[in-house]
Design a protein around this ligand. Structure first.
Ligand code: ZN
Length: 206
């Protein structure tokens, strides 16, 4: 099923967003059944950054989409038998080439955080949006991934009262390590700040 699509304008061209939320920049919407309703009256206040690669350390294959849509073949790789029955998802996945895939509408609760706590609040899935970066904790993320993640973050912050951005390792310390030491938080935050400035403030390249 494809999203209805919404037109978005930018850089002189009009593209169709696949996002069920109408968020800009979403390339594909692949609905995951692994979600449910957020508790009534709970807003999206936290963005959680993760990493995933399937098989571990390999990029570009169908494993992540298959896992999030309950279609992972347990026999396809030795690692898959242990995870094929897991009912998990995230709202978004940013692939190595910057492709942005959405799996769960932001109004719904995706199942990405597990047992977790942030500033004294438990059950982070209730009030967060989960973004997976295709990667490992060791291999540097790509320039395209930082660019797309920043674009997505800005779109989400414009839409929801997001007060904090955290790694999975921050909300489940000791249990989770992602997005890992290879995620450059300074670069991410600096890019986020830079792009928040008016366009006219940016010097022209010569
Ligand atoms: Zn994670």
């Amino acid at each position: 099923m494809k999203g209805k699509g919404t037109r978005e304008k930018g850089k002189g061209k009009t593209r169709i967003s696949a996002s069920p939320d109408g968020l800009p920049g979403v390339d594909r919407y692949i609905p995951s059944p692994n979600h449910d309703a957020r508790p009534a009256g709970v807003a999206v206040e936290l963005l959680v950054i993760h990493h995933i690669s399937l098989p571990p350390g390999r990029f570009g294959g169908p494993g992540i989409v298959e896992l999030f849509t309950n279609r992972l073949d347990p026999a396809a790789h030795p690692f898959y038998a242990a995870i094929a029955d897991m009912k998990v998802s995230a709202h978004f996945l940013v692939r190595r080439d910057g492709e942005l895939i959405q799996f769960v509408p932001c109004a719904k609760r995706a199942w990405h955080a597990g047992e977790s706590s942030w500033k004294g609040r438990t059950r982070c899935n209730d009030f967060s949006v989960g973004v997976e970066l295709e990667g490992t904790g060791e291999i540097p993320y790509t320039r395209a991934q930082y660019q797309r993640l920043v674009q997505l973050t800005r779109a989400l912050m414009a839409r929801f009262p997001i007060a904090d951005i955290a790694g999975h390792s921050d909300i489940a310390p000791g249990r989770k390590q992602d997005p890992g030491p290879s995620f450059d938080w300074d670069r991410y935050r600096a890019t986020l700040e830079a792009r928040a400035k008016p366009r006219t403030a940016r010097p022209k390249r010569t």
